[in-house]
Design a protein around this ligand. Structure first.
Ligand SMILES: [Ca+2]
Ligand SMILES: [Ca+2]
Length: 220
């Protein structure tokens, strides 16, 4: 690539960043410990009752482990640690976190995470995203969106699940990110989750990406 081309690309990137309103991106709620590196797991029910409590993952039957605590050489997707989900007595074994959204309205969300499991099981991993219009709203979500897939039989690969740019009500005050594996697939073994990511107002980001295409056309 020539110096002239490099300059064109730098100009395009600068223009692109300048076109995305900072307020749209900065309002996104922050996930506490999205890579399961620094916090201890907390009380599952305490996340949602009597009111939503933020800043920690609450688990039904999980642990934060490194490679020593894993099976068949499963290694974290990134960092040194990951979430290990073990079966419960119900249909799905969950770990969740409640997040207060910022004062600026959030209209769309994307939530993703990486899933893996012990060999040879191929359990179904699930991400569910519920929204609420008040801190005592548990039991009355204003929207529910989910995505799932069956992980493959290789402990050396991670599979990504994404709740992809779903619309949420304008009056949303709390978002509950719910990660889990079906117990029937886990059997007596375990599934793993790492690197949870949240993007707010993803439609705005996507629209700006369209503008990126327009800019490229101008400069090419
Ligand atoms: Ca990690
Ligand atoms: Ca895998």
């Amino acid at each position: 690539m020539s110096n002239r081309d490099l300059l064109r690309h730098a100009l395009c990137i600068g223009l692109l960043l300048a076109m995305i309103p900072a307020s749209l991106l900065a309002q996104c709620a922050n996930i506490a410990d999205p890579g399961f590196e620094s916090l201890a797991l907390g009380d599952f029910d305490g996340v949602v009752t009597p009111q939503f409590t933020a800043d920690y993952w609450g688990d039904e039957n999980a642990a934060i482990v490194d490679t020593i605590g894993a099976c068949q050489g499963v290694v974290p997707h990134s960092g040194d640690k990951m979430l290990k989900i073990m079966p419960t007595g119900g249909t799905i074994s969950e770990t969740w976190q409640a997040l207060p959204v910022g004062s600026t309205p959030v209209s769309t969300l994307t939530v993703s995470a990486w899933f893996n499991a012990c060999e040879p099981i191929t359990p179904r991993g699930v991400i569910s995203v519920r929204t609420f219009n008040n801190a005592y709203g548990w039991g009355s979500p204003t929207s529910t969106n989910s995505a799932s897939l069956y992980v493959d039989a290789s402990a050396s690969t991670w599979e990504k699940i994404t709740v992809d740019c779903v619309a949420i009500p304008a009056d949303t005050q709390w978002v509950l990110i719910d990660l889990g594996f079906d117990n029937v697939g886990l059997g007596s073994l375990a599934g793993y989750i790492d690197d949870v990511q949240l993007t707010c107002n993803c439609d705005a980001v996507a629209n700006e990406s369209t503008n990126w295409g327009s800019l490229k056309a101008i400069y090419n």
